[in-house]
Design a protein around this ligand. Sequence first.
Ligand code: B4P
Length: 190
Amino acid sequence: MLNLVLFGPPGAGKGTQAEFLIETFGLIHLSTGDLLRSEIAAQTELGIAAKKNMDKGELVPDAIVIGMIKSKLEAHKEAKGFIFDGFPRTVDQAKALDVLLNENNTPISAMLCLQVETNELIDRLLSRGKVSGRADDQNQSIIENRIAVYTQKTFPLIEYYTPQGKHYNIDGMGSVEEIAGRLKAVVEKL
Ligand code: B4P
């Protein structure tokens, strides 16, 4: 089974590159951001609560996102593998994911870290904000807060996966196709 963590700061291209990896390697895509936005669209209790964190650029509580991933893993027991996009985002989420995957004897294969300069991240997100309607993409100070939250809470996950030999840096600057090619080359060697 191929289980990939697609990792990087907001705007690094995780969602964009996940599309390509799903097609190329036949994986199930699990994006906690997309799952949360579906809950918001359906105006569930979970979605209404999560929106308050998301609109400020803060993380949604661990218990909520871990619960969502758990139920998706249970719903796809036949999968060839998963691509985790935007999850885990804290060390506690990474530990919980390991417990869930160990229950099925299918560990994480690799953590693919997209590296993009901060100015480029801000430009990409502000551009998306003009068309996406996403409140968290429309305000530079909220975007900067998301990047600060990433640096403080999410970036340390590199220290979690590196000793396991699972961390790979990928240059996330350039065209979508160029970056997809770099990802493919790494995944094919796993
Ligand atoms: P996400 O939906 O994960 O949002 P994101 O970090 O902005 O990444 P996204 O995948 O959308 O963007 P991408 O880099 O692909 O999370 C949103 C919020 O949900 C979080 O802030 C948090 O509140 C909450 N949340 C989600 N998961 C959570 C978790 N596990 N724990 C707690 N809270 C959680 O791309 C950005 C833009 O760049 C796109 O417009 C794309 O077109 C463009 N782009 C991509 N590649 C490009 C390239 N090579 N060149 C130019 N533009 C490019």
